[in-house]
Design a protein around this ligand. Structure first.
Ligand code: ATP
Ligand code: FE
Length: 337
């Protein structure tokens, strides 16, 4: 079964071809244009998707070495995301599916991040149900109990900013380019994680909050640069390591609470922030420390990609669940919907 996956929820245009859940191609066109603005500009994102979508899909089909007539279904991201961005992928998927006269499958982007674990890959172990998934991305921070492919429950989530925003906004304060997550990860490798301490939020056992941390970092930087204008430059590695350490500790504490409350020790991570090297290490260490069985996605399936949409479509296809041609792009969509 050949599935074409299309992802266009935010600022990356991506297309992938999968054969029985195995990735044959996964093309991602990053939109460089947003870096200059320090964040994603929705209107520019939508326009860039319009320019990218046809060449990206063509490349995905070409690299998979198949003919488009061999495709069995088209899966696309129906939400959540930026409306203008979602509409490009949705309209394209609809017309292409109609043109080829094959089923159309609308995929929930957040389920897609989680279902990336079911990509058929010899280097990737598939989780068994039920498992807990720490979903950490640019717009979400959740602990999800995954009962089945399309049966998920949110046990706890952020009350304000997502963890990806915590990385990106902290990075902005430090003058790092957008998105800052990968830069903080990189500089943190050379720094001392205990050089500076930041206050952790006081919220419920399974809830997260990151807006206070961002304010704390801003105050800390303002205070220290007053006495020394070169403070950031001189301490960048230590600052990054300390911020990252604080975030990792917050995530670990909540995950431990969730394991305690549910008794589930099958732990997965998903979403763009799960690319973070310290977070991956923290999860992996849980095997030794807490007896967890852990599932860490391949690096290329953490940030937005169409392979995760393709595999979600494949799982849906196997169940015979398709979307109607009038399926609508939905900017706000819970992982449970
Ligand atoms: P959502 O999936 O919630 O709709 P999104 O699709 O915009 O949001 P993703 O692409 O899943 O988000 O993730 C992007 C986020 O991942 C950005 O905030 C980015 O900084 C962060 N990120 C990527 N790599 C790393 C890393 N190595 N360390 C920390 N954060 C990272
Ligand atoms: Fe995402």
């Amino acid at each position: 079964v050949y599935i074409l996956g299309i992802e266009s929820s935010c600022d990356d245009t991506s297309a992938a071809v999968l054969c029985n859940g195995k990735v044959l191609s996964n093309v991602v066109a990053n939109q460089e244009i947003h870096a200059a603005y320090g964040g994603v500009v929705p209107e520019l994102a939508s326009r860039a998707h319009q320019q990218n979508i046809i060449p990206v899909v063509q490349q995905a089909i070409q690299r998979a070495n198949i003919d488009k007539k061999q495709l069995n279904a088209i899966a696309f991201t129906r939400g959540p995301g930026l409306m203008g961005s979602l509409l490009v992928g949705t309209s394209f998927a609809k017309s292409f599916a109609q043109g080829l006269n094959i089923p159309l499958i609308g995929v929930n982007h957040m389920q897609g991040h989680i279902l990336a674990h079911f990509i058929d890959d010899e280097n990737q172990q598939k989780p068994t149900f039920p498992f807990l998934c720490l979903t950490i991305s640019g717009g979400h921070t959740q602990i999800v109990k995954v009962n089945d492919y399309f049966d998920m429950e949110i046990l706890g989530e952020t009350l304000d900013d997502a963890v990806g925003e915590a990385f990106d906004k902290s990075g902005k304060i430090l003058g790092l380019p957008y998105p800052a997550g990968p830069y903080i990860d990189k500089y943190a490798k050379q720094g001392n994680p205990k050089a500076f301490t930041f206050t952790k939020p006081k919220v419920g056992k399974l809830e997260f909050s990151f807006s206070g941390l961002k304010t704390g970092i801003l105050r800390f930087i303002q205070k220290n640069t007053k006495g020394n204008p070169n403070f950031i430059e001189e301490n960048l590695n230590d600052i990054c390591a300390s911020i990252q350490y604080t975030i990792v500790q917050i995530l670990l504490e909540k995950l431990k609470n969730a394991v305690k409350l549910t008794g589930i020790k099958q732990i997965a991570i998903a979403g763009g922030v799960s690319a973070n090297s310290e977070i991956r290490k923290m999860i992996k260490d849980g095997e030794q420390k807490y007896g967890w069985t852990t599932y860490i996605p391949k690096f290329e399936y953490t940030t937005d990609n169409a392979a995760m949409i393709g595999v979600s479509g494949y799982l849906s296809y196997q169940q015979g669940t398709y979307s109607k041609i009038d399926v609508k792009a939905t900017a706000r969509l819970k992982v449970t919907e």
